[in-house]
Design a protein around this ligand. Structure first.
Ligand code: NDP
Length: 337
């Protein structure tokens, strides 16, 4: 049931801190794509069709987080839904059909100070790219509980838009106090019977407008100063959560809430670290792109998908931005000639 669209678990994908460059001659490519979620594959399809002979390195989790999901019902063009792995396999086939060279490997070191851009793959292979498309995604943060791992796919999810549909008339909990948590809680409240919003402080960090939406939604109950102790269930499916209510250091009460779904909304980490010495990022590490384009602060380097989008984070928006990145790369190369 877990339909995370973000490229979760790619956190180590791009975070290598290699000191040395691989020895030997560099392979020269026109368009190098790093990351293989919906953004990366869409960039590959467009770049290949534009004769850029793209080379893609898939990263830690080929196909991205969609490959760990079951049904995807909100991607246009699949009237009966499609499984995440099938969709990513289809995207890969489509990218290779037009000549994308899809390879296993991760970017471990980059030099974007001049063109061609130098990228080390797995510390072993050196690639020199005329254009670079970064599609490394973001990693949803989890609380780090064992029970969270146990029920992933059985009621624990980091994406309400993906999985909310399964909770029509049911009870769910959302953990987090930011804009995402507020948004996910109100989204879920449209279909679930009851939404518990678990906030660890005695206030929410979300914008006032978002908080008003939460407060005005009758079937959301905000549990301030509550922390998640453990998620429990039966036959691999979530049936409840144990919380700790804190009223100061010494005063703790255990609270048991019966739920069918548990949603994480405690933030994401963009997989941008390996590029961060060269690219402008915001304070959370998201790569900054020019509004309405995939252009970064370095001409010839383009970013698409969740690594530069902290707001929408959907497969379809990632795919759209992947298309932009390929078109931007094509135009950039055209201008250089
Ligand atoms: P934030 O980092 O803003 O908020 C994370 C929330 O999760 C905080 O309330 C934090 O609590 C809580 N949290 C973190 N770790 C834990 C933990 N271990 N246990 C319990 N709670 C925890 O992340 P968001 O994803 O909400 O937002 C990221 C950015 O994206 C923000 O800038 C936001 O404004 C933006 N955004 C904008 C939207 C829009 O404009 N429509 C929609 C969604 C996001 P605490 O406050 O105690 O630190």
């Amino acid at each position: 049931m877990a339909l995370f669209k973000s490229l979760d678990n790619l956190d180590d994908n791009t975070n290598g801190a290699s000191k040395e460059w691989p020895e030997g001659d560099a392979e020269k490519v026109k368009c190098l794509i790093i990351g293989s979620g919906p953004a990366g594959y869409t960039a590959a399809i467009y770049a290949a069709r534009a004769n850029l002979s793209p080379v893609m390195y898939e990263g830690m989790q080929p196909g991205g987080q969609l490959t760990t999901t079951t049904e995807v019902d909100n991607f246009p063009g699949y009237p009966s839904g499609v499984t995440g792995p099938e969709m990513m396999e289809d995207l890969k086939k489509q990218a290779t059909r037009f000549g994308t060279d899809v390879r296993w490997g991760m970017a471990t070191k980059v030099d974007l100070s001049k063109r061609p851009f130098k990228v080390a793959i797995d510390d072993k292979t050196l690639v020199e790219a005329e254009t670079l498309v970064i599609a490394t995604g973001a990693t949803a943060k989890y609380l780090g509980l064992e029970s969270e791992e146990k029920y992933k796919g059985g009621g624990v999810s980091a994406c309400a838009t993906c999985d909310g549909f399964f909770y029509k008339g049911k009870k769910v909990a959302v953990v987090g106090g930011g804009d995402t948590a507020a948004e996910e809680a109100t989204y879920l409240a449209n279909m679930a019977e009851k939404v518990y919003l678990i906030v660890r402080k005695d206030y929410m960090r979300a914008s006032k407008a978002m908080q008003r939406r939460v407060d005005n939604t009758k079937n959301i109950e905000v549990l301030y100063e509550h922390n998640t102790k453990e998620i429990y269930g039966e036959n691999g499916v979530v049936t409840g959560v144990k919380l700790i209510k804190r009223k100061g250091e010494a005063d703790e009460t255990e609270v048991d809430v019966k739920i069918d779904g548990f949603f994480l909304a405690i933030g994401h980490t963009p997989n941008s670290k390996v590029f961060a010495d060269f690219l402008t990022t915001d304070k959370e590490g998201y790569i900054v792109t020019d509004p309405g384009s995939s252009k970064t602060n370095i001409p010839g380097v383009f970013a698409c998908g969740d690594v530069q989008d902290k707001i929408y984070r959907q497969a379809i928006t990632a795919a759209g931005s992947g298309c932009q990145a390929a078109l931007d790369a094509e135009r950039f190369l055209g201008e250089q000639e």
